[in-house]
Design a protein around this ligand. Structure first.
Ligand SMILES: NC(=O)C1=CN([C@@H]2O[C@H](COP(=O)(O)OP(=O)(O)OC[C@H]3O[C@@H](n4cnc5c(N)ncnc54)[C@H](OP(=O)(O)O)[C@@H]3O)[C@@H](O)[C@H]2O)C=CC1
Ligand SMILES: N[C@@H](CCC(=O)N[C@@H](CSC=O)C(=O)NCC(=O)O)C(=O)O
Ligand SMILES: [Zn+2]
Ligand SMILES: [Zn+2]
Length: 385
């Protein structure tokens, strides 16, 4: 049965980021109906990813204000615009910040999960027609974010930016597949394509890094070394498959660098390293800890505007490879079903990342949770209990 709201604007709660470095304003906004090739979703659960905090910090060159942040969200389709063929009202869905149109040069290349269909307008905070579906009580426009804007009870996304999932999958866990878990797991099993016996080091043991570890473990990596400056991440790392944990602030001999320590531990360096911190000095360490001749370092962390990476070109001349990974190299619409199945079969841990739960109105505390060291993900619920 169609909702009574179909074709009409909806008033609902959202968290608006009016300025960088300021708390979000939890307020009532208006969400316009979806236009052609657009989908309006009732978000049930959303989590806060480190990238939301990064954009709110003002360090994102694409950050626009006022906007509605959030890109780890799951919910139920309320209505669809004309010509939407892939989802229908009532479908359980995950919003996708990496679209998949299936038709563009990128999608048809077979070489990447990046898609160009809506990326340009997505980066400008608007829908593909150049306008926004969000307005505040003063009638002012509010920008979209990463094509998702899940910090709103209702959001509108492009039809290429949403995937329907098995309705039996709990949406509070499924929302984490919208970014963190998929990103790390995919980086290990797709971008790096870790093989049995490989040695792996993961810098940064948040949701993304821990998900890399579980991907590497699923492939039978012989050594998975977790590196983090926060000792609270030691136990989490072990839970997600790490064989070793190093805190560079405590576990290095005098005058020993983390690179030297890792090379010592692995007979010359690692087959794969992953940066999951966004720190460009760590990215260099991660590359230089790779084995001469074949080691590959995958950059996942997002660095602030103006930051640059550097190393001696000799590091690459002698066979180390520097790569990046967005959304784990996963194609959201064609591959999410497989991840949901892995989660349902118990092969992929997802719920285990939910360390905190809060009602949506506590979203600002959820950003604080993120910086408190013991939080992997805070899941926010829209439904009052
Ligand atoms: N490429 C992509 O598609 C995606 C990229 N990202 C990016 O990935 C990164 C990780 O995200 P997420 O897991 O959510 O973030 P978290 O903040 O949860 O995890 C980062 C971890 O790195 C640790 N850390 C910070 N500095 C260092 C250091 N110098 N050495 C070792 N460890 C360090 C942090 O410790 P502490 O607890 O003390 O802060 C924390 O445990 C972010 O930069 C995020 O923006 C996220 C999703 C997708
Ligand atoms: N606007 C940012 C882009 C930061 C970035 O690299 N984002 C990742 C996803 S981070 C998710 O939590 C990504 O997928 N990048 C590919 C893309 O097309 O954006 C900046 O400019 O720094
Ligand atoms: Zn994210
Ligand atoms: Zn495409």
């Amino acid at each position: 049965m169609l909702a009574a709201t179909v074709g009409k604007p909806i008033q609902c709660v959202a968290a608006v980021a009016y300025n960088a470095k300021k708390s979000l304003s939890v307020e009532e906004i208006t969400v316009d109906p979806p236009k052609a090739h657009e989908v309006r979703i009732k978000i049930e659960f959303t989590a806060v990813c480190h990238t939301d905090a990064y954009t709110l910090s003002g360090s994102d060159p694409e950050g626009l204000f006022p906007c509605i942040l959030g890109h780890e969200g799951a919910g139920i389709v309320e209505s669809v615009g004309d010509d939407v063929m892939t989802v229908k009202p009532g479908d359980h869905v995950i919003a996708l910040y990496t679209a998949e149109c299936g038709k563009c040069k990128f999608c048809t290349s077979g070489k990447t999960n990046l898609c160009s269909a809506v990326r340009a307008t997505q980066g400008k905070g608007v829908m593909p027609d150049g306008t926004t579906r969000f307005h505040n009580a003063k009638g002012e426009d509010i920008y979209h974010f990463m094509g998702c804007s899940t910090f709103s009870e209702y959001t509108v996304v492009a039809d290429v930016s949403v995937v329907a999932i098995d309705p039996k999958a709990p949406l509070d866990a499924a929302c984490l597949l919208g970014c963190g878990v998929t990103t790390g797991y995919g980086a290990a099993i797709k971008t790096a394509n870790v093989q049995e016996g490989d040695t792996v080091a993961v810098f940064g043991c948040g949701t993304v890094g821990l998900s890399v570890m579980q991907g590497a473990k699923s492939r039978g990596a012989s050594k998975i070394i977790a590196v983090d400056i926060n000792n609270k991440k030691r136990q989490y790392s072990s839970n997600f498959g790490a064989t070793d944990f190093i805190n560079p602030k405590e576990d290095l001999a005098e005058d020993q660098t983390i690179v030297e320590k890792l090379i010592d531990m692995t007979d010359g360096g690692l087959d794969f390293t992953f940066d999951c911190t966004g720190n460009t000095n760590i990215m260099r360490d991660a590359l230089e800890a790779c084995h001469k001749g074949w080691g590959q370092s995958i950059i996942i962390g997002v660095a602030a505007a103006g930051e640059e990476i550097s190393t001696r070109p000799f590091q690459l001349v002698t066979g180390r490879v520097w790569k990046g990974s967005a959304f784990g190299g996963i194609k959201g619409r064609s591959e999410m079903g497989g991840l949901i199945k892995d989660y349902q079969s118990g092969a992929l841990k997802v719920e285990e990342f939910i360390t905190h739960r809060r009602p949506f109105k506590e979203i600002n505390q959820a950003f604080e949770d993120l910086h408190n060291g013991d939080c992997l993900r805070t899941v926010l619920r829209f439904q009052e209990e």
